[in-house]
Design a protein around this ligand. Structure first.
Ligand SMILES: [Zn+2]
Length: 148
């Protein structure tokens, strides 16, 4: 998995949260420099909103913010950040230690994948396509990042 593309999912999620006020990620997909983020929402965003999402994501990348990772007790993580760190991906009950990736003020997720050290390493994100699936209340955002 491309570490930069995967990390871009987190930055894009933060932008989607900020612009559309959605909370839950329903799915992710990454292949090479292409990725797709699926979030739960009940409406199709306007073209302006989609452009704002892309702009917000790229501003966060330009800020070159440090990405923090914590491995900690599951209860402690839930007390600190709430169960929104899991999105719609429930963790098996037996798991007592979790790894959390945090872009402070932007996105916090329980995630065991590798991430870049800073948002700046991702490079520019382009939102290529959006698809709203009204019957499922899902919005799919397809994007790619620029090659080095
Ligand atoms: Zn991750």
């Amino acid at each position: 998995m491309d570490v930069r593309t995967h990390t871009a999912l987190h930055v894009l999620k933060g932008a989607v949260q900020k612009v559309l006020h959605v909370e839950w990620t329903a799915g992710v997909w990454v292949e090479g420099l292409h990725g797709r983020l699926v979030v739960q929402t009940d409406r199709n965003p306007s073209q302006d909103e989609l452009e704002e999402i892309q702009r917000e994501a790229n501003e966060k990348i330009q800020e070159d913010q440090e990405i923090e990772e914590y491995t900690l007790d599951r209860n402690e993580a839930e007390n600190r950040w709430g169960d929104s760190i899991y999105d719609l991906f429930p963790l098996p009950e037996g798991i007592t230690t979790v790894t959390v990736m945090c872009i402070p003020g932007w996105n916090v997720n329980c995630c065991r994948e590798k991430h870049t050290k800073t948002t700046g390493e991702i490079g520019r994100i382009t939102v290529r396509k959006s698809r709203f699936r009204k019957n499922k209340n899902l919005l799919e955002l397809s994007f790619y990042i620029e090659p080095y």
